[in-house]
Ligand binder design. Structure first.
Ligand code: ADP
Ligand code: ZN
Ligand code: MG
Length: 488
Protein backbone atom coordinates (compact mmCIF):
# COMPACT_ATOMS: atom_id res chain seq x y z
CA UNK A 1 0.00 0.00 0.00
CA UNK A 2 1.23 3.50 -0.81
CA UNK A 3 1.69 5.79 2.16
CA UNK A 4 -0.50 8.75 1.22
CA UNK A 5 1.38 10.98 3.59
CA UNK A 6 4.48 10.52 1.44
CA UNK A 7 2.77 10.70 -1.91
CA UNK A 8 1.21 14.04 -0.95
CA UNK A 9 2.51 17.10 0.82
CA UNK A 10 0.33 19.48 2.81
CA UNK A 11 0.68 23.26 2.58
CA UNK A 12 -0.65 25.33 5.44
CA UNK A 13 -0.87 29.06 6.16
CA UNK A 14 -2.42 30.45 9.33
CA UNK A 15 -4.30 33.65 10.01
CA UNK A 16 -4.20 34.39 13.73
CA UNK A 17 -6.27 37.06 15.46
CA UNK A 18 -4.98 38.21 18.83
CA UNK A 19 -7.11 40.38 21.08
CA UNK A 20 -4.92 43.15 22.47
CA UNK A 21 -4.84 43.79 26.20
CA UNK A 22 -5.72 47.47 26.13
CA UNK A 23 -8.12 48.97 28.70
CA UNK A 24 -10.13 50.75 26.05
CA UNK A 25 -11.31 50.02 22.50
CA UNK A 26 -9.39 50.82 19.34
CA UNK A 27 -11.28 53.94 18.21
CA UNK A 28 -13.22 55.11 21.30
CA UNK A 29 -12.86 55.27 25.08
CA UNK A 30 -15.23 52.37 25.85
CA UNK A 31 -13.96 49.66 28.19
CA UNK A 32 -12.81 46.33 26.79
CA UNK A 33 -13.82 44.53 29.99
CA UNK A 34 -14.79 40.99 29.12
CA UNK A 35 -17.17 40.50 32.07
CA UNK A 36 -19.42 43.54 31.66
CA UNK A 37 -23.16 43.07 31.18
CA UNK A 38 -24.11 42.78 27.48
CA UNK A 39 -24.39 46.01 25.50
CA UNK A 40 -23.08 48.25 28.28
CA UNK A 41 -19.60 49.08 26.96
CA UNK A 42 -20.85 51.04 23.98
CA UNK A 43 -20.95 54.59 22.62
CA UNK A 44 -21.98 56.26 19.36
CA UNK A 45 -18.51 55.59 17.88
CA UNK A 46 -18.42 51.83 18.33
CA UNK A 47 -22.13 51.59 17.50
CA UNK A 48 -21.35 53.30 14.22
CA UNK A 49 -23.84 56.15 14.52
CA UNK A 50 -23.76 58.58 11.60
CA UNK A 51 -21.39 61.50 11.90
CA UNK A 52 -19.13 60.17 14.65
CA UNK A 53 -15.36 60.13 14.31
CA UNK A 54 -13.00 57.35 15.36
CA UNK A 55 -9.90 58.32 17.36
CA UNK A 56 -6.92 55.99 17.16
CA UNK A 57 -5.79 54.29 20.41
CA UNK A 58 -2.01 54.82 20.54
CA UNK A 59 -1.46 51.66 22.59
CA UNK A 60 -2.84 49.48 19.79
CA UNK A 61 -0.13 50.78 17.47
CA UNK A 62 2.56 50.26 20.10
CA UNK A 63 1.47 46.71 20.89
CA UNK A 64 1.36 45.76 17.22
CA UNK A 65 4.80 47.28 16.61
CA UNK A 66 6.12 45.29 19.61
CA UNK A 67 4.84 42.11 17.96
CA UNK A 68 6.35 43.14 14.63
CA UNK A 69 9.73 43.76 16.25
CA UNK A 70 9.58 40.47 18.18
CA UNK A 71 8.98 38.59 14.91
CA UNK A 72 11.64 40.41 12.88
CA UNK A 73 9.13 42.27 10.71
CA UNK A 74 9.77 45.46 8.81
CA UNK A 75 7.80 48.21 10.55
CA UNK A 76 6.26 50.39 7.86
CA UNK A 77 6.66 54.06 8.76
CA UNK A 78 3.29 54.69 7.09
CA UNK A 79 0.28 52.40 7.23
CA UNK A 80 -3.35 52.96 6.37
CA UNK A 81 -6.74 51.92 7.72
CA UNK A 82 -9.34 50.70 5.27
CA UNK A 83 -13.03 49.93 5.48
CA UNK A 84 -13.96 46.34 4.84
CA UNK A 85 -17.63 46.50 3.98
CA UNK A 86 -20.01 43.74 4.86
CA UNK A 87 -23.39 43.38 6.45
CA UNK A 88 -23.68 41.30 9.56
CA UNK A 89 -26.09 41.77 12.46
CA UNK A 90 -23.28 42.01 15.02
CA UNK A 91 -21.49 44.73 13.04
CA UNK A 92 -23.76 47.77 13.35
CA UNK A 93 -21.51 50.06 11.28
CA UNK A 94 -21.83 47.83 8.22
CA UNK A 95 -18.08 47.81 7.81
CA UNK A 96 -15.03 46.78 9.80
CA UNK A 97 -12.05 49.10 10.07
CA UNK A 98 -8.96 47.09 9.20
CA UNK A 99 -5.70 47.48 7.33
CA UNK A 100 -5.54 46.16 3.79
CA UNK A 101 -2.97 47.18 1.20
CA UNK A 102 -0.71 49.04 3.60
CA UNK A 103 -0.39 47.11 6.87
CA UNK A 104 1.85 48.24 9.72
CA UNK A 105 4.21 45.21 9.80
CA UNK A 106 5.48 42.94 6.99
CA UNK A 107 8.04 40.28 6.12
CA UNK A 108 8.74 38.75 9.52
CA UNK A 109 9.58 35.25 10.66
CA UNK A 110 9.54 32.96 13.63
CA UNK A 111 11.29 29.67 14.32
CA UNK A 112 9.81 26.45 15.63
CA UNK A 113 11.66 23.47 17.08
CA UNK A 114 10.25 20.18 15.86
CA UNK A 115 10.02 16.84 17.64
CA UNK A 116 12.65 15.34 15.33
CA UNK A 117 15.15 17.95 16.54
CA UNK A 118 15.07 20.12 13.43
CA UNK A 119 14.31 23.81 13.50
CA UNK A 120 12.13 25.46 10.93
CA UNK A 121 11.61 29.07 9.86
CA UNK A 122 8.04 30.17 9.16
CA UNK A 123 7.53 33.45 7.36
CA UNK A 124 5.10 36.10 8.49
CA UNK A 125 3.52 37.89 5.57
CA UNK A 126 1.99 40.74 7.52
CA UNK A 127 0.62 41.90 10.84
CA UNK A 128 -2.14 44.47 10.83
CA UNK A 129 -4.49 46.20 13.25
CA UNK A 130 -8.28 46.00 13.10
CA UNK A 131 -11.41 46.18 15.19
CA UNK A 132 -13.45 43.21 16.33
CA UNK A 133 -17.16 42.77 15.61
CA UNK A 134 -19.83 42.03 18.21
CA UNK A 135 -21.05 38.64 19.24
CA UNK A 136 -24.17 36.77 18.10
CA UNK A 137 -25.55 34.36 20.64
CA UNK A 138 -27.58 31.60 19.00
CA UNK A 139 -28.07 29.11 21.80
CA UNK A 140 -30.55 30.91 24.06
CA UNK A 141 -33.81 29.98 22.30
CA UNK A 142 -35.50 30.33 18.91
CA UNK A 143 -33.88 33.68 18.35
CA UNK A 144 -30.46 35.26 18.16
CA UNK A 145 -29.17 37.72 20.74
CA UNK A 146 -26.58 40.35 19.92
CA UNK A 147 -23.96 41.67 22.34
CA UNK A 148 -22.08 44.60 20.82
CA UNK A 149 -19.64 45.07 23.72
CA UNK A 150 -16.92 43.48 21.61
CA UNK A 151 -17.44 45.90 18.69
CA UNK A 152 -14.26 47.93 18.45
CA UNK A 153 -12.13 45.68 20.64
CA UNK A 154 -8.61 45.93 19.22
CA UNK A 155 -7.24 42.96 17.31
CA UNK A 156 -3.93 42.27 15.71
CA UNK A 157 -4.04 39.87 12.75
CA UNK A 158 -0.92 37.87 12.03
CA UNK A 159 -0.86 36.25 8.58
CA UNK A 160 1.73 33.58 7.89
CA UNK A 161 3.31 32.57 4.62
CA UNK A 162 2.14 29.16 3.33
CA UNK A 163 5.29 27.69 4.88
CA UNK A 164 3.93 24.95 7.13
CA UNK A 165 3.90 21.36 5.90
CA UNK A 166 2.16 19.46 8.70
CA UNK A 167 -0.31 19.81 11.54
CA UNK A 168 2.63 19.57 13.93
CA UNK A 169 4.31 22.61 12.39
CA UNK A 170 1.06 24.58 12.54
CA UNK A 171 0.61 23.62 16.18
CA UNK A 172 4.16 24.68 17.02
CA UNK A 173 3.78 27.95 15.11
CA UNK A 174 0.62 28.80 17.01
CA UNK A 175 2.24 27.84 20.31
CA UNK A 176 5.15 30.14 19.48
CA UNK A 177 2.78 33.01 18.65
CA UNK A 178 1.08 32.52 22.00
CA UNK A 179 4.41 32.39 23.79
CA UNK A 180 5.55 35.64 22.16
CA UNK A 181 2.34 37.62 22.75
CA UNK A 182 2.21 36.57 26.38
CA UNK A 183 5.88 37.42 26.91
CA UNK A 184 5.15 40.82 25.40
CA UNK A 185 2.09 41.13 27.66
CA UNK A 186 -0.03 42.31 24.73
CA UNK A 187 -2.57 39.43 24.64
CA UNK A 188 -3.51 36.80 27.19
CA UNK A 189 -3.22 34.07 24.53
CA UNK A 190 -6.31 32.21 25.69
CA UNK A 191 -7.77 30.30 22.74
CA UNK A 192 -10.63 28.78 24.72
CA UNK A 193 -11.90 32.27 25.60
CA UNK A 194 -11.32 33.58 22.10
CA UNK A 195 -8.50 36.02 22.84
CA UNK A 196 -6.44 34.09 20.34
CA UNK A 197 -8.26 32.80 17.24
CA UNK A 198 -6.88 30.87 14.33
CA UNK A 199 -8.06 30.20 10.78
CA UNK A 200 -6.15 27.56 8.87
CA UNK A 201 -5.65 27.63 5.09
CA UNK A 202 -4.90 24.16 3.85
CA UNK A 203 -4.05 22.57 0.52
CA UNK A 204 -2.27 19.43 -0.60
CA UNK A 205 -0.11 18.68 -3.63
CA UNK A 206 1.87 15.74 -4.96
CA UNK A 207 5.23 15.59 -3.24
CA UNK A 208 7.78 17.33 -5.46
CA UNK A 209 5.13 19.44 -7.20
CA UNK A 210 6.02 23.17 -7.23
CA UNK A 211 2.55 24.63 -7.72
CA UNK A 212 0.21 24.95 -4.73
CA UNK A 213 -3.07 23.08 -4.79
CA UNK A 214 -6.49 24.67 -4.26
CA UNK A 215 -6.91 25.64 -0.62
CA UNK A 216 -9.75 25.51 1.82
CA UNK A 217 -10.03 27.65 4.91
CA UNK A 218 -10.99 26.00 8.21
CA UNK A 219 -12.42 28.19 10.95
CA UNK A 220 -13.90 27.74 14.38
CA UNK A 221 -11.14 25.91 16.21
CA UNK A 222 -11.05 27.05 19.78
CA UNK A 223 -8.15 25.14 21.22
CA UNK A 224 -4.59 24.27 20.21
CA UNK A 225 -5.55 20.63 20.15
CA UNK A 226 -8.48 21.32 17.83
CA UNK A 227 -6.27 23.22 15.40
CA UNK A 228 -4.02 20.20 15.14
CA UNK A 229 -6.90 17.77 14.78
CA UNK A 230 -8.78 19.91 12.25
CA UNK A 231 -5.72 20.28 10.04
CA UNK A 232 -5.00 16.55 10.18
CA UNK A 233 -8.60 15.84 9.26
CA UNK A 234 -8.67 18.32 6.38
CA UNK A 235 -5.40 17.03 4.90
CA UNK A 236 -6.81 13.50 4.89
CA UNK A 237 -10.10 14.67 3.41
CA UNK A 238 -8.36 16.45 0.53
CA UNK A 239 -6.07 13.52 -0.19
CA UNK A 240 -9.07 11.17 -0.32
CA UNK A 241 -10.83 13.43 -2.84
CA UNK A 242 -7.75 13.63 -5.08
CA UNK A 243 -7.20 9.87 -4.85
CA UNK A 244 -10.75 9.34 -6.08
CA UNK A 245 -10.03 11.60 -9.03
CA UNK A 246 -11.99 14.54 -7.62
CA UNK A 247 -11.18 18.24 -7.40
CA UNK A 248 -10.82 20.37 -4.27
CA UNK A 249 -13.43 23.11 -4.06
CA UNK A 250 -12.16 26.36 -2.64
CA UNK A 251 -14.44 27.03 0.31
CA UNK A 252 -14.66 27.95 3.95
CA UNK A 253 -15.20 25.08 6.38
CA UNK A 254 -16.13 25.00 10.04
CA UNK A 255 -14.48 22.57 12.42
CA UNK A 256 -17.00 20.62 14.45
CA UNK A 257 -15.16 19.45 17.55
CA UNK A 258 -18.01 17.20 18.73
CA UNK A 259 -18.27 15.32 15.45
CA UNK A 260 -14.54 15.49 14.79
CA UNK A 261 -15.02 16.69 11.23
CA UNK A 262 -15.35 19.79 9.07
CA UNK A 263 -18.63 21.14 7.69
CA UNK A 264 -19.03 23.61 4.84
CA UNK A 265 -20.09 27.10 5.89
CA UNK A 266 -23.32 28.24 4.20
CA UNK A 267 -22.17 29.79 0.94
CA UNK A 268 -24.14 33.01 1.57
CA UNK A 269 -21.97 33.60 4.63
CA UNK A 270 -18.82 33.47 2.61
CA UNK A 271 -19.79 35.52 -0.42
CA UNK A 272 -16.93 37.99 -0.13
CA UNK A 273 -16.88 41.28 -1.93
CA UNK A 274 -15.66 43.69 0.64
CA UNK A 275 -15.16 46.81 -1.50
CA UNK A 276 -12.21 47.91 0.58
CA UNK A 277 -11.37 51.62 0.49
CA UNK A 278 -9.16 53.83 2.69
CA UNK A 279 -11.06 55.05 5.75
CA UNK A 280 -11.57 58.78 5.17
CA UNK A 281 -11.99 59.45 8.91
CA UNK A 282 -8.58 58.15 10.00
CA UNK A 283 -5.15 59.62 9.29
CA UNK A 284 -2.45 57.27 8.04
CA UNK A 285 -0.49 55.81 10.97
CA UNK A 286 3.03 57.26 11.02
CA UNK A 287 5.66 55.41 13.04
CA UNK A 288 8.92 57.35 12.73
CA UNK A 289 12.31 55.96 13.77
CA UNK A 290 12.25 57.80 17.06
CA UNK A 291 8.95 56.24 18.11
CA UNK A 292 9.95 52.85 16.76
CA UNK A 293 13.18 52.92 18.79
CA UNK A 294 11.31 54.01 21.87
CA UNK A 295 8.98 51.00 21.48
CA UNK A 296 11.94 48.71 20.77
CA UNK A 297 13.45 49.77 24.10
CA UNK A 298 10.40 48.36 25.81
CA UNK A 299 10.88 44.86 24.35
CA UNK A 300 11.26 42.38 27.21
CA UNK A 301 13.66 39.48 27.04
CA UNK A 302 12.03 37.11 24.54
CA UNK A 303 11.58 33.35 25.10
CA UNK A 304 14.41 32.33 22.79
CA UNK A 305 16.95 34.64 24.42
CA UNK A 306 15.79 33.72 27.88
CA UNK A 307 16.10 30.02 27.12
CA UNK A 308 19.67 30.46 25.95
CA UNK A 309 20.52 32.58 28.97
CA UNK A 310 19.13 29.88 31.30
CA UNK A 311 21.44 27.33 29.69
CA UNK A 312 24.45 29.63 29.99
CA UNK A 313 23.85 31.27 33.33
CA UNK A 314 22.40 28.36 35.31
CA UNK A 315 24.12 25.48 33.46
CA UNK A 316 20.74 23.89 32.80
CA UNK A 317 20.11 21.23 30.14
CA UNK A 318 18.39 22.68 27.07
CA UNK A 319 15.38 20.51 27.90
CA UNK A 320 14.96 22.21 31.28
CA UNK A 321 15.50 25.68 29.85
CA UNK A 322 12.90 25.04 27.16
CA UNK A 323 10.23 24.03 29.67
CA UNK A 324 11.08 26.72 32.22
CA UNK A 325 10.85 29.48 29.62
CA UNK A 326 7.72 28.09 27.97
CA UNK A 327 5.78 30.87 29.65
CA UNK A 328 6.98 34.13 31.11
CA UNK A 329 5.18 33.40 34.37
CA UNK A 330 6.98 30.10 34.83
CA UNK A 331 10.37 31.60 33.98
CA UNK A 332 9.74 34.45 36.42
CA UNK A 333 8.74 31.96 39.10
CA UNK A 334 11.91 29.93 38.54
CA UNK A 335 14.14 32.97 38.75
CA UNK A 336 12.41 34.08 41.95
CA UNK A 337 13.17 30.68 43.51
CA UNK A 338 16.81 31.46 42.77
CA UNK A 339 16.64 34.47 45.08
CA UNK A 340 16.66 31.92 47.91
CA UNK A 341 18.92 29.18 46.58
CA UNK A 342 21.88 28.78 44.23
CA UNK A 343 21.01 25.17 43.52
CA UNK A 344 19.86 25.88 39.95
CA UNK A 345 19.26 22.28 38.97
CA UNK A 346 17.25 21.31 42.07
CA UNK A 347 15.17 24.44 41.64
CA UNK A 348 14.60 23.45 38.01
CA UNK A 349 13.53 19.92 39.01
CA UNK A 350 11.08 21.20 41.59
CA UNK A 351 9.56 23.77 39.24
CA UNK A 352 9.36 21.41 36.25
CA UNK A 353 7.76 18.57 38.17
CA UNK A 354 6.16 19.54 41.47
CA UNK A 355 5.04 23.04 40.50
CA UNK A 356 4.16 22.46 36.86
CA UNK A 357 2.16 19.31 37.55
CA UNK A 358 -0.26 21.16 39.80
CA UNK A 359 -0.39 24.24 37.61
CA UNK A 360 -1.32 22.02 34.66
CA UNK A 361 -3.75 19.81 36.58
CA UNK A 362 -5.56 22.74 38.13
CA UNK A 363 -5.25 24.86 34.96
CA UNK A 364 -4.14 27.88 37.00
CA UNK A 365 -1.67 30.58 35.99
CA UNK A 366 1.72 30.14 37.66
CA UNK A 367 1.28 33.37 39.58
CA UNK A 368 -1.66 31.74 41.39
CA UNK A 369 0.39 28.73 42.48
CA UNK A 370 -0.04 28.70 46.28
CA UNK A 371 3.60 28.10 47.23
CA UNK A 372 5.59 31.30 46.84
CA UNK A 373 8.91 30.98 45.01
CA UNK A 374 10.61 32.24 48.17
CA UNK A 375 9.23 29.35 50.23
CA UNK A 376 10.14 26.79 47.57
CA UNK A 377 13.67 28.23 47.56
CA UNK A 378 13.82 27.92 51.34
CA UNK A 379 12.65 24.31 51.15
CA UNK A 380 15.49 23.49 48.76
CA UNK A 381 17.85 25.25 51.17
CA UNK A 382 16.68 23.01 54.02
CA UNK A 383 17.49 19.90 51.98
CA UNK A 384 20.88 21.21 50.97
CA UNK A 385 21.95 22.20 54.47
CA UNK A 386 20.83 18.71 55.55
CA UNK A 387 18.11 19.93 57.89
CA UNK A 388 15.65 17.62 56.13
CA UNK A 389 15.89 14.77 53.63
CA UNK A 390 14.54 15.03 50.11
CA UNK A 391 11.85 12.55 51.11
CA UNK A 392 10.64 14.74 53.98
CA UNK A 393 10.68 17.75 51.64
CA UNK A 394 8.27 15.92 49.31
CA UNK A 395 6.06 15.20 52.32
CA UNK A 396 6.07 18.83 53.44
CA UNK A 397 5.31 20.23 49.99
CA UNK A 398 1.55 19.40 50.04
CA UNK A 399 1.35 21.18 53.43
CA UNK A 400 2.94 24.20 51.85
CA UNK A 401 0.44 24.08 49.00
CA UNK A 402 -2.36 24.25 51.55
CA UNK A 403 -0.95 27.13 53.56
CA UNK A 404 2.14 28.55 51.81
CA UNK A 405 3.69 28.30 55.26
CA UNK A 406 7.42 28.82 55.74
CA UNK A 407 8.91 25.31 55.40
CA UNK A 408 11.24 25.87 58.36
CA UNK A 409 8.16 26.48 60.51
CA UNK A 410 6.54 23.21 59.38
CA UNK A 411 9.76 21.27 60.03
CA UNK A 412 9.98 22.68 63.53
CA UNK A 413 6.30 22.29 64.37
CA UNK A 414 6.20 18.67 63.17
CA UNK A 415 9.63 17.85 64.51
CA UNK A 416 10.92 16.69 61.15
CA UNK A 417 14.53 17.73 61.48
CA UNK A 418 16.74 15.14 59.89
CA UNK A 419 18.60 12.83 62.27
CA UNK A 420 22.31 12.67 61.52
CA UNK A 421 23.38 11.47 64.96
CA UNK A 422 25.38 8.25 64.27
CA UNK A 423 24.66 6.82 67.72
CA UNK A 424 20.93 7.07 67.27
CA UNK A 425 21.07 5.65 63.73
CA UNK A 426 23.37 2.80 64.80
CA UNK A 427 20.90 1.78 67.49
CA UNK A 428 18.13 1.48 64.95
CA UNK A 429 20.37 -0.48 62.55
CA UNK A 430 21.17 -2.97 65.32
CA UNK A 431 17.50 -3.32 66.10
CA UNK A 432 16.45 -3.91 62.47
CA UNK A 433 19.25 -6.39 61.75
CA UNK A 434 18.43 -8.22 64.98
CA UNK A 435 14.78 -8.55 64.01
CA UNK A 436 15.47 -9.80 60.47
CA UNK A 437 17.87 -12.71 60.76
CA UNK A 438 16.67 -14.34 57.58
CA UNK A 439 17.55 -11.31 55.46
CA UNK A 440 20.91 -10.97 57.23
CA UNK A 441 21.71 -14.58 56.27
CA UNK A 442 20.72 -13.80 52.70
CA UNK A 443 23.07 -10.84 52.62
CA UNK A 444 25.93 -12.93 53.99
CA UNK A 445 25.33 -15.52 51.29
CA UNK A 446 25.82 -12.78 48.68
CA UNK A 447 22.36 -11.43 48.03
CA UNK A 448 23.01 -7.68 47.94
CA UNK A 449 19.41 -7.09 46.99
CA UNK A 450 18.29 -7.14 50.62
CA UNK A 451 20.17 -3.89 51.25
CA UNK A 452 17.19 -1.93 49.96
CA UNK A 453 14.97 -3.84 52.34
CA UNK A 454 17.14 -2.88 55.34
CA UNK A 455 17.28 0.80 54.34
CA UNK A 456 13.52 0.82 53.95
CA UNK A 457 12.98 -0.71 57.40
CA UNK A 458 15.41 1.67 59.06
CA UNK A 459 13.84 4.71 57.42
CA UNK A 460 10.40 3.49 58.40
CA UNK A 461 11.50 3.02 62.00
CA UNK A 462 12.95 6.54 62.01
CA UNK A 463 9.83 8.03 60.36
CA UNK A 464 11.79 9.04 57.29
CA UNK A 465 13.90 11.47 59.27
CA UNK A 466 17.24 9.67 59.16
CA UNK A 467 19.93 11.15 56.96
CA UNK A 468 19.99 8.61 54.11
CA UNK A 469 23.70 9.06 53.41
CA UNK A 470 24.64 8.24 56.99
CA UNK A 471 22.18 5.32 57.11
CA UNK A 472 23.80 3.75 54.05
CA UNK A 473 27.29 4.30 55.30
CA UNK A 474 26.68 2.87 58.79
CA UNK A 475 24.61 -0.02 57.47
CA UNK A 476 27.36 -1.10 55.07
CA UNK A 477 29.94 -0.82 57.82
CA UNK A 478 27.88 -2.99 60.10
CA UNK A 479 27.06 -5.62 57.46
CA UNK A 480 30.62 -5.82 56.17
CA UNK A 481 31.71 -6.31 59.76
CA UNK A 482 29.32 -9.26 60.02
CA UNK A 483 30.67 -10.65 56.75
CA UNK A 484 34.26 -10.45 57.97
CA UNK A 485 33.30 -12.18 61.18
CA UNK A 486 31.40 -14.89 59.31
CA UNK A 487 34.34 -15.40 56.94
CA UNK A 488 37.03 -15.31 59.66
P1 ADP B 1 -7.13 34.87 0.45
O1 ADP B 1 -7.03 35.89 -0.61
O2 ADP B 1 -7.96 33.69 0.10
O3 ADP B 1 -7.43 35.43 1.80
P2 ADP B 1 -4.33 34.98 0.96
O4 ADP B 1 -3.40 34.96 -0.19
O5 ADP B 1 -4.63 36.28 1.59
O6 ADP B 1 -5.66 34.24 0.53
O7 ADP B 1 -3.75 33.99 2.05
C1 ADP B 1 -4.43 33.73 3.23
C2 ADP B 1 -3.65 32.67 3.98
O8 ADP B 1 -3.65 31.47 3.23
C3 ADP B 1 -2.19 33.00 4.21
O9 ADP B 1 -1.84 32.57 5.52
C4 ADP B 1 -1.46 32.19 3.16
O10 ADP B 1 -0.19 31.81 3.61
C5 ADP B 1 -2.34 30.98 3.01
N1 ADP B 1 -2.32 30.36 1.69
C6 ADP B 1 -2.34 30.97 0.49
N2 ADP B 1 -2.36 30.05 -0.51
C7 ADP B 1 -2.37 28.82 0.07
C8 ADP B 1 -2.40 27.48 -0.42
N3 ADP B 1 -2.47 27.20 -1.70
N4 ADP B 1 -2.40 26.48 0.49
C9 ADP B 1 -2.38 26.74 1.79
N5 ADP B 1 -2.34 27.97 2.31
C10 ADP B 1 -2.35 29.02 1.46
ZN1 ZN C 1 -17.37 53.01 22.15
MG1 MG D 1 -6.50 37.18 2.74
Amino acid sequence: MINMNQKYEAVIGLEVHAQLLTDTKIFCGCSTNFNSAPNTNVCPVCLGHPGVLPVMNKKVIEYTVLMGLATECIINSRSVFARKNYFYPDLPKGYQISQYEEPICEHGKIFVDKKDGTRKEIGITRIHMEEDAGKSIHDQGDYTLIDVNRCGTPLMEIVSEPDMRSAEEAYLYLTKIKQIVTYLGICDGNMEEGSLRCDANISVRLTGEKKFGTKTEVKNMNSFRNVERAIEYEIERQIDILEEGGKIVQQTLLWNADKNMVMPMRSKEEAHDYRYFPDPDLMPVIVDDEWKNEIANRLPELPETRKNRFVEMYSLPLYDAEILTSSRGLADYYESVLNETNDYKSASNWVMTDVLKIVNDEKIPVREFPVSPENLGKLIGLINNKTISGKIAKDIFPEMIKSNADPAGIVKEKNLVQISDSGEIENVIEKILGANNKQVEEFLSGKDKVLGFFVGQIMKEMKGKANPGIVNELLMKKLNGLKDNAGG
